[in-house]
Design a binder for this molecule. Structure first.
Ligand code: ARG
Length: 429
């Protein structure tokens, strides 16, 4: 290994890794820091990288591409891992991996490196993505192959080499942030029974501490948001605004025991106000604009895409093709959604779309009802045919029919029942 590109956050771990890689492999170290918003870019990160011994320090502002190319496809698909996690950390990894590969190729490096440990998902995501994009690159994870130092040892190691030690107070948690969300784990959170302490949260207030509810209106085009309260906004600004607004109203907290790819269950606290608001609003608009068959099929796509992303398989053909399906089927998901942010919850209170499939003339119970009630009879006749046939041949499931497979006891015999017959009713009247 002659030259390695390290994914560099500017924190203590990766600063030590710069020096460690140089010493261990006698390699030149180039750092890559990717700004993904949400506070992921530390000030003075280039200076820190150079002091730690990097030969070059790249800083890339990828916020816009992150939202457009990585976050939006998941919003379009309603993809949430295990139904709750908006995948902020997981979505950032393929983007960072791609940049690592591009910088490595530009620099003529033969390896890339990252600061992941050996028991998380992120190591898998980086390794797998890098090798999909450039199988010739070696991937080194210092924490996985011997650097494993305690915080005290890292500080000692850094001091001995004149490496800048970040002044930020030591967090009791392991935290990862970007525009799409904040992930927080370890420390006291490792007991899933323990209430997350206040300091586990940084983006959101507690629901009870939120101010009076507010209403917002979101505009969507082709399944992605383009405006807030009548103002067209760039994706990054839109997400930032919703994070601030949602966070101030306590929206977007998730407390989840999650199944990692490496087989471990782990307790995670997520804060993702914009993600929660946008997912809720997006689903409401889909309900108006997509058919029931598309909606049903999309549940499968959502789960599949979430799983593939979580598992680090972004650069697989299946992932790409599912994104393609989603992009196509979302072409009609345009319109507006009104959402109330109310003490920790984001509640849809209205939706409309020029492409709406909702037809009031069909839905109404008023006099201008256009639905043909009489034709329901023939419809039910045909629709119910298989069930009537089955019941006739096999007996209706739920009724005693022979001894072997009567699942359900009769209801009437067992339930308190009052019967009023005509004489009694007459006598009382
Ligand atoms: N469990 C999440 C994931 O695998 C988040 C991990 C984030 N890392 C952290 N240090 N909290 O995507």
């Amino acid at each position: 290994m002659k030259k390695v590109v390290l994914a560099y956050s500017g924190g203590l771990d990766t600063s030590v890794a710069v020096a460690w890689l140089r010493e261990q492999y006698a390699a030149e170290v180039v750092t890559l820091t990717v700004d993904l918003g949400g506070g992921s870019l530390r000030e003075g990160v280039e200076r820190r990288a150079m002091r730690a011994g990097a030969s070059r320090a790249y800083v890339v502002d990828a916020r816009e591409r992150f939202v457009r190319d990585f976050v939006w496809p998941h919003l379009r698909a309603d993809a949430l891992y295990q139904g709750v996690y908006p995948l902020a950390t997981a979505l950032a990894r393929p983007l960072i991996a791609q940049l690592l590969v591009e910088v490595a190729q530009r620099e003529g490096a033969d390896a890339v490196a990252h600061g992941c440990t050996g028991k998380g998902n992120d190591q898998v995501r980086f390794d797998v993505a890098v090798h999909a994009l450039d199988p010739g690159l070696t991937v080194v994870a210092p924490m996985r192959v011997g650097m494993g130092l305690s915080r005290e040892q890292e500080i000692e190691y850094a001091e001995a080499r004149g490496i800048e030690i970040p002044v930020t107070r030591e967090s009791p948690y392991s935290v990862d942030v970007n525009l799409w969300g904040r992930s927080c784990e370890t420390g006291v959170l490792e007991d899933p029974w323990v209430t997350p302490p206040t300091d586990a949260y940084d983006w959101t207030v507690a629901a009870h501490a939120a101010p009076a509810a507010v209403q917002i209106a979101l505009e969507f085009e082709g399944g992605v948001p383009v405006g807030l309260d009548g103002e067209r906004l760039d994706p990054v600004i839109l997400v930032e605004r919703l994070n601030a607004l949602g966070g101030a109203h306590g929206v977007g907290r998730v407390d989840h025991v999650e199944d990692r790819l490496v087989g471990i269950k782990s307790r995670e606290i997520y804060e993702a106000p914009a993600a929660e608001i946008l997912h809720v609003a997006h689903r409401a608009l889909e309900g108006l604009t997509l058919t029931k068959d598309t909606l049903r099929f999309d549940r499968i796509v959502a789960d599949e895409l979430a799983q593939l992303t979580y598992d680090g398989l972004w650069f697989s053909a299946l992932h790409r093709d599912l994104r393609g399906y989603s992009l196509s089927s979302q072409r009609v998901v345009s319109g507006e959604v009104r959402v109330r942010l109310d003490h920790g919850s984001a509640v849809v209170i209205g939706r409309r779309s020029p492409l709406s499939l909702y037809d009031r003339a069909l839905a109404t119970y008023d006099k201008d009802d256009a639905f043909d009630h009489a034709s329901a009879v023939g419809f039910i006749e045909i629709f119910g045919l298989p069930l009537r046939t089955e019941a006739a041949r096999h007996g209706a499931v739920g009724h005693r029919h022979g001894a072997a497979w009567s699942w359900t006891e009769p209801l009437l015999a067992d339930l308190p029942t009052s019967v009023t017959d005509p004489e009694v009713a007459g006598a009382a009247g």
